[in-house]
Design a protein around this ligand. Structure first.
Ligand SMILES: [Zn+2]
Length: 270
């Protein structure tokens, strides 16, 4: 009889332990995971844990931002109705800024995406109207390529002064082909030239995980990052962007647009 009472008491204590103590331990284990600065390589989407936490909770468990750690994010070859909006969603989720160097003929086809970029407070600059190598183009040809793209952007923004503030007078040479002639032509139009110093190689067929490894090995403050939101299937870019922004968040980086209405943030020489 006495043994039965002891067993019953033990059973009750086990149930109480399972109900109360274990859930508390589970939360603590999770908190420890999220406070580790360098998380292991992610193989699945990261936004599950961010969505479930909410922004305030995420800020609580992140390392403090280091004001020195700034990088600039850029996207070429859009706007694209499939990829650009997915990228905008990810940027918003990570509170990251980017500049989109758009192709004029894509702007004419998808002005609503250009408006979306501006209304989501990202910035827009010029890549060229027809995505041609402009390094040996004479001034008239160069002028038409840049001016026609700028006009298409302005038409897309429909004279909305607030959206026009998201346009910056910078141009990214198609194929990265730069020359003294191109620099002179750009200067004559009061345009700055936006190069980059971390090519994520999202165009090369690398997997998202390989892009992350390559990116992380090149990461330093004040770098300009090149990615693409149009032209080809950008599934790997979208996945890699999430991995890259997660890594930057965990390392306390701030991610900003490279070119704004006030001009280019820093010079790039390559
Ligand atoms: Zn391009």
């Amino acid at each position: 009889m006495k043994l039965t009472k002891v067993l019953a008491a033990f059973l009750c204590l086990s149930i109480v332990f399972n109900m109360v103590v274990q859930p508390v331990q589970a939360v603590k284990a999770w908190e420890m995971d999220q406070s580790i600065v360098s998380l292991p390589l992610l193989t699945t989407s990261t936004h599950g844990w961010m969505d479930s936490l909410g922004v305030d909770r995420v800020q609580e468990v992140l390392p403090p931002k280091n004001p020195e750690n700034v990088v600039y994010l850029t996207f070429d070859d859009g706007p694209d109705p499939t990829w650009t909006v997915q990228i905008l969603d990810i940027l918003e989720r990570y509170q990251a800024g980017a500049t989109f160097y758009v192709i004029g003929y894509n702007v004419v086809s998808h002005p609503e995406i250009v408006r979306e970029i501006a209304s989501r407070e990202q910035t827009i600059s010029v890549h060229g109207f027809n995505h041609l190598d402009l390094s040996s183009a004479g001034y008239t040809f160069f002028y038409n390529e840049i001016h026609d793209t700028e006009t298409a952007i302005m038409d897309a923004l429909q004279a909305d002064q607030e959206l026009i503030q998201q346009f910056g007078r910078c141009m990214r040479p198609p194929y990265g082909k730069k020359s003294q002639l191109l620099s002179a032509n750009a200067a004559a139009m009061n345009y700055e030239i936006s190069m980059w110093n971390i090519d994520t190689k999202d165009w090369s067929g690398l997997s998202p995980e390989e892009i992350l490894v390559h990116f992380t090995s090149a990461l330093e403050p004040q770098k300009v990052i090149l990615m693409h939101d149009g032209g080809l299937d950008r599934t790997n870019t979208v996945k890699a962007l999430e991995l890259i922004l997660h890594e930057l968040l965990m390392q306390g980086y701030t991610v900003l647009p490279y070119c704004t209405h006030e001009g280019q943030a820093i010079k790039t020489s390559n």
